[in-house]
Design a binder for this molecule. Structure first.
Ligand SMILES: Cc1cc2nc3c(=O)[nH]c(=O)nc-3n(C[C@H](O)[C@H](O)[C@H](O)COP(=O)(O)OP(=O)(O)OC[C@H]3O[C@@H](n4cnc5c(N)ncnc54)[C@H](O)[C@@H]3O)c2cc1C
Length: 507
């Protein structure tokens, strides 16, 4: 594509799910002079799941200038300090761990203390290396507190949200339209290419055409433009990640609203429990190669105490993998259209935001040309692969052996070289964090997150039998650490109280 000024450009976003409307808002804020149009079908629905986020959703709202007091009440949203993992390990004392988001207190005290204990435990010393004893967000979550401290506490903690995905899409649509984005309702029946093989226009079900200079494929798993019309190749992660289906159903919300997502391992996958202000969203992510949808639904009902209930379940299929090029010719794909890694760490919207931010930067830097297409694709592929490796690790090192599913996951040899090295450095002992940095293994997840996972499952060597003769390891003072965390925690208020405040404040 030739260098063009942004004023001459017309962008067409195809798809009005969360990805499409996030794109519309970001483009409207960054490129107010461009003509931006979003096409969505009234016949084809959105996926309608995806109700937990990482801190990236906050970065998105900050970038488009929308306050929590404005959007959270509209989307029944709650705060999220991290994810609790339950029953992923059968090792006594390790049936639960919490994966917290980063906090500024980590670097001062808690992460170095955690790694000292891990180093000692990896040498076989009887050190307390369970992650649940080390982090401020784990502490405030156990106390049912939200992540916003009082003003006199000078350290920030990162946090995410839980929200109703349908309401979030509607809210983002309103905002984008108010910023000048044009919404068109119609279903694409044909995609037309120009003689150079680029996208030229789409034909709609009423036989009209929509043309544009640049296209954004947010059409969900179908990927009508990038994988469909441009035939961009797709790399499946099926061999790395077995789960390919989900069953979803709500349960009522009452009482204390937990500031965390709960992820409980079941017989052939795991169940999420996501608290909104009005209900819990629940789902069982499983492999249909091991159990049928009916068996999965029964197991989820049993897990939720809904065996006698007539609440309707929704069944979904998941395609897990990514395209090889997220940006090709005059098309970039965002959201499910570019790929999907199963939702264990709720990373899909973060990847959409990363994609959009990187695209905006590269497109502008290249003078609205394709100059930085390759750099962009490499960056986004690395992000997807980094998230994939972290998710694969949850299955590869799982400590359950109760079904063939868990045994096959533990025995799976389809792990990337990067993940194999990370696991190697864990078992080798020594300075795990330093080894990850020195060997260029820190990507989408920090050493703290890797260590929470591995230590949280209890992946440790046996304790030394000669401990009393062995050199004394350097261990943190757990009383001092506990006191530090407790006193930091005094600056956080109850999650319900925080929500009352946010949800009642007029927008
Ligand atoms: C089981 C499950 C759990 C998940 N959990 C999480 C989570 O916790 N956190 C997270 O971040 N993400 C999660 N995700 C992913 C998340 O749901 C999606 O990333 C997010 O909803 C964005 O979807 P989308 O906009 O790409 O696609 P969709 O919501 O599917 O939207 C596709 C759009 O394309 C339009 N369209 C399709 N075909 C046509 C056509 N022919 N003509 C015109 N328009 C068309 C549709 O009308 C729709 O508007 C989960 C996904 C699954 C499957």
């Amino acid at each position: 594509m030739a260098n063009e000024t942004k004023k001459s450009q017309k962008i067409l976003i195809v798809g009005g799910g969360t990805a499409g409307w996030m794109a519309a808002n970001l483009f409207a804020v960054h490129w107010p002079d461009m003509e931006i149009c979003l096409l969505e079908s009234s016949d084809i629905g959105i996926i309608g799941v995806g109700e937990g986020s990482t801190p990236h959703l906050k970065f998105f709202f900050d970038e488009v200038g929308i306050e929590e007091s404005e959007w959270m009440p509209r989307c029944n949203a709650t705060y999220k300090n991290g994810i609790s993992f339950v029953d992923w390990s059968a090792i006594p004392g390790f049936n639960h761990y919490f994966h917290p988001f980063p906090a500024q207190t980590d670097d001062i005290f808690t992460v170095p203390a955690f790694f000292s204990s891990i180093n000692a435990r990896m040498q076989g010393h009887n050190a307390n290396a369970h992650p649940d004893h080390y982090f401020l967000e784990t502490y405030i979550t156990a106390k049912h507190c939200g992540p916003i401290p009082t003003e006199n506490f000078p350290f920030g903690v990162a946090y995410g949200y839980h929200f109703d995905s349908g309401l979030l899409g509607q809210y983002l649509a309103e905002k984008a339209i108010s910023r000048g984005v044009k919404r068109v309702i119609g279903t694409v029946t044909e995609v037309i290419l120009n003689p150079r093989g680029e996208l030229a226009s789409v034909r709609l079900d009423d036989d009209s055409f929509l043309a544009a200079d640049f296209f954004v494929d947010c059409s969900g798993f179908k990927s009508l433009l990038l994988q469909g019309a441009l035939k961009t190749r797709y790399t499946s992660f099926k061999e790395n990640l077995f789960n390919n289906a989900a069953v979803v159903m709500p349960t009522p919300m009452y009482g204390i609203i937990p500031p965390e997502t709960k992820s409980t391992a079941l017989s052939h996958g795991w169940a999420w429990k996501i608290p909104l202000t009005t209900r819990y969203g629940n789902g069982y992510v499983y492999s249909a190669d091991y159990i049928t949808p009916e068996q999965a639904e029964m197991e989820l009902r049993q897990h939720l105490g809904l065996l006698e209930s007539d609440v309707t379940a929704r069944h979904l299929q998941m395609k897990v993998g990514r395209v090889e090029k997220h940006w090709e010719k005059n098309c970039v794909a965002v959201g499910l259209a570019q790929g999907f890694i199963e939702p264990l760490e709720a990373t899909a919207l973060a990847l959409s935001f990363n994609t959009l931010s990187a695209f905006i930067k590269c497109y502008e830097k290249g003078g609205y040309s394709n100059q930085f297409e390759d750099a962009f694709n490499n960056e986004i592929n690395a992000r997807f692969d980094g998230v994939r490796d972290y998710i694969v690790c949850h299955y590869k090192v799982n400590q359950r052996r109760d079904t063939p599913y868990w045994k096959d996951n533990a025995a799976n040899t389809h792990v990337s070289e990067t993940l194999a090295q990370i696991i190697h450095f864990w078992h080798r002992g020594g300075d795990f964090a330093k080894n990850l940095y020195m060997n260029n293994l820190v990507g989408s997840y920090q050493p703290k997150s890797w260590a929470c996972l591995l230590a949280g499952y209890g992946v440790f060597p046996p304790l030394r039998s000669d401990e009393h003769n062995a050199p004394a390891p350097s261990l943190p003072d757990m009383v001092q650490l506990g006191d530090f965390i407790r006193r930091c925690g005094l600056n956080f208020s109850a999650h319900n109280q925080l929500l009352d405040h946010i949800h009642r404040r007029p927008a």
